[in-house]
Write a protein of this length. Structure first.
Length: 127
């Protein structure tokens, strides 16, 4: 599923590379079904979303040596949701010495590692 940069697929959710990452390895975890709010999700979607996040922190720690993570969820346009009708969690890897999360968000820039190379590493890292 390289065309859409999908790195993990569950029964209810999927995870993909962010096309405009805040840091190397920035992933999005989203339900397969459109849902705008947390209260729109089923218990199964909630659980699998959290399981995807937990598994991907392990994969990112192994594949790109991430030392920590920020997990974010913007609900609604006023909260910064870029796709307000479809909620998604941001999983942002962090390293000692990088700056805190707010400047990362405010100065979001594409990072130098190619999405293609990162997709290869992450999909291989789950085997």
């Amino acid at each position: 599923m390289r065309l859409n940069w999908v790195v993990a697929v569950g029964q209810y959710t999927l995870a993909m590379l962010n096309r405009y990452p805040y840091s190397n390895g920035h992933l999005l975890v989203t339900p397969k079904r459109h849902a705008a709010n947390l209260f729109d999700l089923t218990a199964e979607e909630h659980l699998e979303g959290m399981q995807q996040l937990a598994n991907l922190t392990k994969v990112l720690s192994k594949v790109i040596s991430a030392e920590g993570f920020n997990v974010g969820l913007n609900l609604g346009r006023v909260a910064g949701a870029g796709v307000p009708g479809h909620l998604h969690w941001h999983l942002v890897p962090r390293w000692q010495g990088d700056h805190n999360f707010m400047p990362t968000l405010a100065a979001a820039q594409v990072i130098p590692q190619s999405l293609d190379a990162l997709w290869e590493a992450l999909t291989d890292g789950q085997e």
